[in-house]
Write a protein that binds this ligand. Structure first.
Ligand SMILES: *Cc1c(COP(=O)(O)O)cnc(C)c1O
Length: 239
């Protein structure tokens, strides 16, 4: 069932409140954590309801679904984040539609996005997806390949892309300790890369979803990607 639009505002309120609590417990400020409302499979009316309730950042994971939604909502001041796996042949849809890409995982994709961004005079903020848990079902760069990957990105000089940090998906149905270990690892990798490559803007950690965003905030998340807790269960049969 889709959440009624009235429930979206109260869900958002609750999620923001628990973000504030988790941040406070971790000795952090609430505004250090950006909430990205993941609206995949939900209608543009649902996005509009969340937007009316003050939500600014939204995440989508396929270009087919997102691009019509983005053009439908072009008048609202929404910042769009692409969070799904992106095939190189879809790279042209990112610049101009999305301010952030959370899932860079190949040099070929970086070059394609950069090329389209330059053609459109658009810039894209880039997060590199890291497969911390080495789950074969997940995309992303494995931790030990990350330094070489960034080194090559810097060497290739792609000025339309701004390297801003790292993203990961936590372990599925794991104990709290294991979840925290995964997120702590991503934080350590960010700190290491930021220092090693002297990238002052390499500050972001996109980690935590409906089931584990509290743990992610305790480990330093600067962006949490929350869908179900805001919009209700996803109904894939509608697609
Ligand atoms: C769908 C999705 C989310 C949101 O998941 P919920 O459990 O509904 O909060 C977050 N990140 C990524 C990469 C996703 O694909």
């Amino acid at each position: 069932m889709n959440q009624s639009f009235g429930a979206i505002a109260s869900n958002l309120f609750r999620v923001r409140q628990s973000i504030a609590e988790a941040a406070q417990l971790a000795g952090r400020k609430q505004d250090e954590v950006r909430l990205i409302a993941v609206s995949k499979t939900h209608s543009y009316e649902a996005v509009a309801a969340a937007s009316a309730a003050g939500q600014k950042d939204f995440g989508e994971s396929t270009t087919q679904e997102a691009v019509p939604k983005i053009s439908h909502l072009a008048k609202s001041s929404i910042t769009w984040h692409f969070i799904g796996h992106l095939q190189t042949n879809k790279a042209k849809f990112i610049p101009g539609n999305f301010s952030w890409l959370h899932s860079l995982d190949s040099l070929g994709l970086a070059h394609k996005i950069s090329q389209h961004a330059r053609e459109q005079s658009a810039a894209v903020n880039i997060l590199i997806e890291v497969n911390v848990t080495r789950d074969t079902g997940k995309h992303g760069v494995v931790p030990e390949a990350l330094v070489d990957f960034i080194e090559q990105l810097i060497k290739d000089d792609l000025p339309a892309l701004s390297l801003r940090g790292l993203m990961t998906i936590g372990p599925h149905a794991a104990a709290e300790q294991e979840i925290r270990r995964c997120f702590a690892k991503l934080r350590e990798l960010r700190d290491e890369c930021r220092k090693r490559f002297a990238l002052p803007d390499f500050t972001e950690l996109s980690m935590g979803m409906s089931g584990d965003y509290v743990e992610a905030i305790k480990e330093g998340a600067t962006m949490v990607r929350v869908g179900t807790a805001i919009f209700g269960d996803r109904d894939y049969s509608r697609k």
